[in-house]
Write a protein that binds this ligand. Structure first.
Ligand SMILES: *Cc1c(COP(=O)(O)O)cnc(C)c1O
Length: 225
């Protein structure tokens, strides 16, 4: 939809797919994006500090990377026709790149559709569990929900929830919530949380682990402070 509108208007469409690469099938032709970037370290489970970029052939000649290591850059620029090696023209960690390649192969071996299905099953199961716990509020229940489940716990700050569950070996992260009003002053209190908790699943997670998370949250909610 966005891609079609951009093509029609002649506007370049740069898609940041950092949360989607490795989680969902992505078809650049269908998305009609000119540039798609993805990090290696999230759902692709590649090394930190790696990323990939897709450049549609018609944007290649318009992309001018800032040179800092001139020799390989010139080698890439001299490619005829210009190639997607252009953004790879700097010095880099070769081991990390090899790791990224292996992570991509591994995801393809498992099958992106199967990964998506497994994540959906686990995350939907988690959402069902959490929706059942009084005092837990779920966010972002879209039509096609992802493997990232965002929630808050009444009267608890996100960081408290994270630290409490870490004791049980359950790793969560915290994310800022969009302010209710654009100019709102964000002050984190248990009653007005400005951050939420995020639980992300991958295909190696199990239903038993989701049960464990739900039980830990139930215990936390029922705890009297
Ligand atoms: C994580 C993320 C990034 C940055 O990825 P890095 O691995 O830190 O470079 C950019 N955009 C979105 C949407 C992300 O989720």
């Amino acid at each position: 939809m966005v891609g079609r509108l951009c093509r029609k208007a002649g506007v370049p469409f740069v898609l940041d797919a950092c949360q989607s690469v490795g989680q969902l099938p992505l078809d650049v032709a269908e998305l009609k994006c000119d540039i798609l970037v993805g990090t290696g370290r999230k759902f692709l489970r590649g090394p930190r500090g790696t990323a990939s970029v897709y450049l549609d052939s018609h944007v290649l000649e318009k992309v001018v990377p800032t040179p800092n290591d001139r020799r390989p850059l010139f080698a890439a620029i001299q490619d005829e026709p210009p190639s997607a090696r252009l953004p790879e023209s700097r010095e880099a960690s070769i081991a990390a790149r090899l790791g990224l390649g292996r992570a991509a192969e591994y995801a393809l071996e498992l099958g992106i559709e199967d990964i998506r299905g497994r994540l959906q099953t686990l995350a939907d199961g988690m959402r069902l569990h959490l929706a059942d716990i009084r005092g837990v509020e779920l966010y972002g229940r879209g039509k096609q929900a992802s493997g990232i489940v965002t929630f808050s716990v009444r009267e608890k700050m996100a960081v408290q929830v994270k630290e409490h569950l870490a004791v049980d070996g359950i790793n969560l992260s915290t994310v800022p919530l969009p302010p209710l009003k654009p100019d709102a002053v964000l002050q984190e209190t248990p009653a007005t949380p400005s951050t939420a908790v995020r639980a992300s699943v991958h295909c190696y997670n199990t239903e038993a682990e989701i049960d464990r998370l739900a039980s830990a949250l139930r215990r936390l909610v029922s705890r009297v402070n």
